[in-house]
Ligand binder design. Structure first.
Ligand SMILES: Cc1cc2nc3c(=O)[nH]c(=O)nc-3n(C[C@H](O)[C@H](O)[C@H](O)COP(=O)(O)OP(=O)(O)OC[C@H]3O[C@@H](n4cnc5c(N)ncnc54)[C@H](O)[C@@H]3O)c2cc1C
Length: 373
């Protein structure tokens, strides 16, 4: 059940009005270039950075989207500054911000009252298990969690192969199928004995992201942990935000790719100028992505098909250009970027994650294909 921190939070701690976003972003950037930069290699090698996540939380990184209209630009910029140094941590920040996004959008007052402040201030850490539902809604696979209505809530079971930013007392948002009814979206408490976290096989990167396989065995999910009794409609409402928030990973990573290219301009510029992609061109591509993402982030509840298409197209471009940017940074850095100690090879491994995490490049292409022209 919820930790004491949840009930200890006073209502004013949730307020976004006491958060100066420019000051918060400056502090997030400062923590990133100092402490996170010193820890990035250890995180890449498997260390889960709980203390750093709490420091980012204290700086306001997980409540920049609580303000009026829930514009997402500042939250995305916060994650960009984190990802500029370490995409694993940028991804964990996305997991946390997405958990908060679910609570912002939930119409269950009891769940909001209990968990929104806790997640937004980082007192409760956690993530989201929506890859499988996001794929199932587009006919790619079926829902892996099944629930049955019982008195006061649902009994849920099933296995999820990967859920990130987890730990023994963390929470995550999930969707389960219910026989004869709409799928339901709810919070799952990792501390419940009916939930088991299983370590994953080592990945190409992201080993420090607290990613586990999750087994759920007849878990009782009370009604005050339900985010939406009609998950499909809920996903439709918050899906643009879910996707746009991922842009922070791509923008930060691309900024660093440009920086790495410029760092070697002095010693290697005379030969690097023959490479096809130059830092100025990459910076221009990045500026275009940032401008489009920032424009879309102003209106995350726009329901028009044109808006949705632009969101999906922007996410696709962000993933593809992340890989391209990290690839070109490697070509510019050459052997000095290929050694373990250099961040260039880590950035290249991280970039593939941006392109394969749900919605992956292939799913985004499928989604665009299914949209009316
Ligand atoms: C490091 C990491 C962190 C992730 N964190 C999250 C998270 O926090 N929340 C979340 O919802 N999803 C998470 N995912 C899942 C991710 O978003 C994708 O859904 C996943 O990579 C599969 O997408 P795909 O497009 O490759 O699926 P496809 O190629 O279409 O594969 C389809 C299905 O095959 C199965 N599959 C394939 N390979 C394996 C395997 N090695 N082991 C078990 N099953 C397999 C899975 O069911 C998968 O969904 C994470 C994945 C990784 C690698």
């Amino acid at each position: 059940m919820p930790s004491t921190a949840v009930s200890a939070l006073s209502p004013h701690e949730l307020s976004a009005s006491d958060l100066d976003s420019a000051a918060a972003l400056a502090e997030i950037g400062k923590i990133a270039v100092t402490d996170l930069s010193a820890w990035a290699r250890a995180i890449d090698e498997g260390t889960y950075p709980a203390t750093l996540l709490h420091r980012f939380a204290d700086a306001g990184a997980f409540r920049l989207h609580l303000g009026e209209g829930h514009r997402l630009g500042s939250a995305i910029e916060g994650m960009s500054r984190i990802s500029e140094v370490c995409t694993s941590t940028g991804f964990m920040a996305w997991c946390q911000n997405t958990l908060v996004w679910y609570l912002i959008n939930s119409e269950n007052a009891a769940a909001k009252a209990k968990y929104l402040a806790a997640a937004a201030t980082g007192h409760v850490l956690g993530g989201t298990a929506l890859s499988n539902p996001m794929k199932s809604f587009f006919g790619i696979e079926t829902l892996k969690l099944k629930g049955t209505r019982v008195d006061g809530g649902y009994k849920v079971k099933g296995i999820l192969p990967w859920v990130s930013n987890l730990g023994p007392d963390h929470f995550f948002g999930a969707i389960f199928a219910v026989d004869g009814a709409e799928p339901v979206m709810a919070l799952i408490d990792c501390a419940d004995p009916a939930v088991t976290l299983k370590p994953c096989e080592p990945f190409l990167s992201m080993d420090g992201t607290g990613t586990y396989g999750v087994q759920v065995r007849d878990l009782f999910v009370p009604d005050d942990m339900v985010l939406a009794h009609e998950a499909m409609a809920f996903v439709k409402k918050m899906r643009a935000g879910f996707i746009l928030l991922q842009a922070g990973m791509a923008i930060g990573l691309m900024r660093d790719a440009v920086a790495m290219m410029r760092e070697v301009e002095g010693p290697l510029g005379h030969v690097n100028r023959f490479l096809e992609t130059q830092p100025d061109a990459l910076a221009e591509t990045l500026a275009g992505i940032e401008a489009e993402v920032n424009a879309l982030a102003e209106t995350p509840y726009d329901t028009s098909p044109e808006y949705w298409r632009r969101v999906v197209a922007a996410r696709l471009l962000a993933g593809e250009k992340s890989v391209e940017a990290a690839h070109n940074a490697m070509l510019h850095c050459g052997a000095r970027g290929y050694v373990r100690a250099h961040r260039c090879q880590r950035r290249l491994r991280e970039a593939y994650f941006v392109a394969i995490v749900t919605p992956a490049t292939k799913q985004l292409r499928l989604m665009l294909d299914q949209m009316p022209a």
